[in-house]
Design a protein around this ligand. Structure first.
Ligand code: 13P
Ligand code: SF4
Length: 323
């Protein structure tokens, strides 16, 4: 046997296209994936769009190019399909912040409260939830409830505080945050604005208030993309995960986009606008996951049944508002 290493030369783009057809598979990708993954996806979207696609797909296999809570949501909505995720370790700091047992003890202190959970949480936490939401529909979902209804909002304290400000509610907030959005710095955005005075600042509501206070527009990932297309301005400072810039540049090649500056422990941080979980996925992992149909998302039937209700409630309310 030769001890020479033979490295495989695989044309991932061609092989992924071939396997997708052969297996009747669909690739759903979040905007925070790398550009090469977005370019082979059948559908690219934000958390709400991806859930809606997962609920209606006729494919036999869903390859979820995103993070685990998203792939779990797809499995809950389409339990008879095989759902695979390129890297099973692709988690989320918001999901980690809210272990179901600790959340249950917290919720038990407020027996009259309804629980609205941001979709960025575990399947188990969804079973303790009345209505799931995403950043696209969160305000509408909260506003659909009576003004005097006590609400617990979990797990994102920044999104929750933003909704409280917009709706005038006083929801009880779980103390979680997105490790990417909390590194955007209001002060550094202000300094960048001085260098690019014509740029509009756009921000995701997972960011802290000190960042949102500088924003000309606040919205979900899809909302931000649409805004850069419809707004005639030619320059934007974008406070969300850097992956979205691929679609922004594709849709508006003549416009300029700057990733908003981030800082950690008082120091500028260049890579902090890349989500380390989202960026665990690569073209090679995507290819092998489609080829070998693993790692697969498996959830107990009892969790699927209990988590389906609050997610379906979210989809029903979203449809009522044309979202
Ligand atoms: P949306 O997809 O709802 O914009 O949320 C962003 C996000 O952080 C997903 O992990
Ligand atoms: Fe979670 Fe933030 Fe990464 Fe989204 S960007 S998956 S919220 S850590």
């Amino acid at each position: 046997m030769s001890d020479t290493l033979i490295t495989e030369k695989i044309d991932y783009v061609a092989e992924i296209a071939r396997l997708k057809k052969e297996k009747n598979a669909v690739i759903l990708a979040h905007y925070y994936q790398t550009a090469d993954i977005q370019d082979v996806a059948d559908y690219i979207g934000d958390s709400l769009g991806l859930s809606q696609q997962a609920a209606k797909t006729e494919a036999d296999i869903i390859v979820f190019a995103g993070v685990r809570f998203m792939a779990e949501t797809a499995k809950i909505l389409s339990p008879t399909k095989k759902v695979v995720l390129p890297d099973i370790n692709a988690g989320c700091s918001l999901e980690e912040s809210a272990p179901a047992d600790k959340f249950k003890a917290f919720k038990d202190q407020y027996p009259d409260a309804l629980v609205i959970s941001y979709v960025n949480c575990s399947a188990e936490l969804k079973t303790l939830t009345d209505i799931v939401c995403t950043s696209t529909n969160a305000v509408k979902i909260v506003e659909s409830l009576p003004k005097d209804q006590q609400i617990i909002f979990a797990p994102d304290k920044n999104l929750g505080a933003y909704i409280n400000r917009v709706t005038g509610r006083n929801m009880i907030l779980w103390d979680g945050a997105c490790m990417v959005h909390e590194t955007f710095s209001g002060k550094m955005i202000q300094d960048l604005k001085v260098k690019h005075p014509a740029a509009l600042v756009i921000a995701h509501p997972e960011s802290e208030q000190s960042v949102l206070d500088h924003a000309d527009y606040i919205g979900s990932t899809t909302g931000l993309l649409k805004y850069t297309i419809s707004n005639p301005n030619n320059e934007f400072i974008v406070a969300t995960e850097s992956g979205i810039l691929h679609q922004m540049r594709k849709a508006s090649p003549g416009k300029k986009f700057h990733v908003a500056p981030t800082s950690r422990n008082g120091h500028a941080c260049k890579a902090c606008s890349d989500c380390p979980h989202m960026k665990l996925n690569t073209m090679a992992k995507l290819y092998y996951c489609l080829k070998d149909e693993t790692p697969e998302i498996i959830l107990p039937q009892s969790i699927i049944e209990a988590a389906q209700k609050p997610i379906e409630r979210m989809l029903e309310i979203s449809a009522q508002f044309g979202l």
